[in-house]
Design a protein around this ligand. Structure first.
Ligand code: GLU
Length: 444
């Protein structure tokens, strides 16, 4: 059995039931096989055995009181996965599905994603099984305050800097930041995705979605194609989806779908993004309300069939494992020639194999959605300087970063004999920097 397969087997055995974590470790480790022929020194240094084991895993009780005066208890998580190249960095997810396996999958992905940005940030992730859906602002505030009352002792501007993810946006970051400041009496850059009046960065809100499209634009250019005139299917209607749609539309694409966990909308004339922003960002309503305002559009209950909508390019931007092998085949049969992952690990292992075998453009999330965390790192830089860049400055840096990630992934794929395979390329390029840093720092 090869070194990689041995570590893989042990990791699965050692972490029973953590299916999403197993999935990402399988994907990443399998694609690293060619690295160890060239770099046997990484085997001696035990890089893989160490990289699959989080440096620290924190789980804690989060008690709070709801609007009816009833006591509620949720579970909080922070997995500090790898700090070889910088302080732990990665979002917090508040969603009822959250468990340790999901946080570990996200934290593991974050190691390689953050490395790909070229910026000095390590990998971490956290969250809670708290469901913000249907909760009042005051309930969300009390929950966030209780969550931070425990988390504050483990984070720090040079230690660990959380941010948002599913269920954690500007509102939640504000409450979390306020509580940290109150407890510690320190005004520090311990969170990113902050509001503009208290240390946030311009273009952070747009960064993940814009980055997904900048990355795709670069991949298309390499094949003489473009987004102009393309029909695009987007899933999701959170922060990533909304700004992917905005940038795709700016570049001349026609986006015909968006979704939430209940169902999807199809607008043959192109999604009216102002309506979606109003519904989702301001009113916190369900996507089905869109068809009340635009009756010519259709609403379909359930999300699985969104991939049946014929398109040239698909951007899955909702959640993990939202696109399986069957959906992948349908997309290809309908002529789809490019898939850019916006959410973390939206394609099952089997679905990504379908795309890779067909050699269409397929960008894994750790490369194509790295724009969010990249601008988070730029927020940290601006906070350190006590200075703010303009929207245009941040956006230009984001674009450069996405183009670099594409080039690095594409070149690494070529160098290791997998030309065109951005998944292998991204995993190898992300891994090499972290492995080199871990080797240099000795057995820690
Ligand atoms: N949650 C985002 C991600 O998956 C952003 C993390 C951050 O900005 O730290 O990369």
């Amino acid at each position: 059995m090869s070194y990689v397969q041995e570590v893989l087997k042990k990791t699965v055995e050692k972490n029973p039931g953590e299916v999403e974590f197993h999935q990402t470790v399988k994907e990443v480790l399998n694609s690293l096989e060619p690295v160890f022929d060239k770099h046997p020194e990484y085997i001696t240094a035990g890089i893989l055995e160490r990289i699959v084991e989080p440096e620290r895993q924190i789980m804690f009780r989060v008690p709070w009181v709801d609007d009816q005066g009833k006591l509620q208890v949720n579970r909080g998580f922070r997995v500090q996965f790898n700090s070889a190249i910088g302080p732990y960095k990665g979002g917090l997810r508040f969603h009822p599905s959250v468990n340790l396996g999901i946080i570990k999958f996200l934290g593991f992905e974050q190691i390689f994603k953050n490395s790909l940005t070229g910026l000095p940030i390590g990998g971490g992730k956290g969250g809670s099984d708290f469901d913000p859906k249907g909760k009042s602002d005051t309930e969300v505030m009390r929950f966030c305050q209780s969550f931070m009352t425990e988390l504050y002792r483990f984070i720090g501007a040079d230690t660990d800097v959380p941010a948002g993810d599913i269920g954690v946006g500007g509102r939640e970051i504000g409450y979390l930041y306020g509580q940290y400041k109150r407890i510690t009496n320190r005004y520090e850059s311990i969170l990113t995705g902050k509001g503009l009046p208290y240390g946030g960065s311009l273009a952070r809100t747009e960064a993940t979605g814009y980055g997904v499209v900048y990355f795709m634009d670069e991949a298309l250019k390499a094949q003489g194609k473009s987004l102009k005139g393309a029909t695009v299917v987007v899933s999701g209607s959170g922060n990533v989806a909304i700004y992917a749609v905005e940038k795709a539309q700016q570049l001349g694409a026609k986006v015909v779908t968006m979704s939430d966990s209940n169902g999807y909308i199809y607008d043959a004339d192109g999604i009216k993004l102002d309506t979606v922003k109003q519904l989702k960002e301001v009113e916190r309503k369900r996507i089905k309300e869109y068809v009340e305002i635009h009756p010519s559009a259709q609403y379909h209950e359930g999300c699985a069939n969104i991939w049946n909508v014929p398109c040239d390019i698909a951007f899955p931007c909702a959640t993990q494992n939202e696109l399986d092998a069957k959906a992948a085949e349908i997309l290809l049969n309908n002529g789809c020639f490019a898939v850019g992952e916006g959410s973390n690990m939206p394609c099952t292992l089997e679905a990504s194999d379908v795309f890779l075998n067909k050699k269409i453009i397929y960008s894994p999330s750790k490369a194509s959605n790295a724009g969010g965390v990249a601008v988070s790192a730029l927020e940290m830089s601006q906070n350190s300087m006590r200075y703010s860049w303009t929207f245009e400055e941040v956006d230009a840096k984001l674009k450069d970063i996405m183009v670099n990630i594409y080039n690095n992934a594409s070149n690494a794929a070529k160098e290791y004999g997998f030309e065109g395979n951005l998944l292998v390329g991204a995993n190898i390029a992300g891994f090499l920097k972290v492995a080199e840093a871990m080797k240099a720092q000795g057995l820690v």
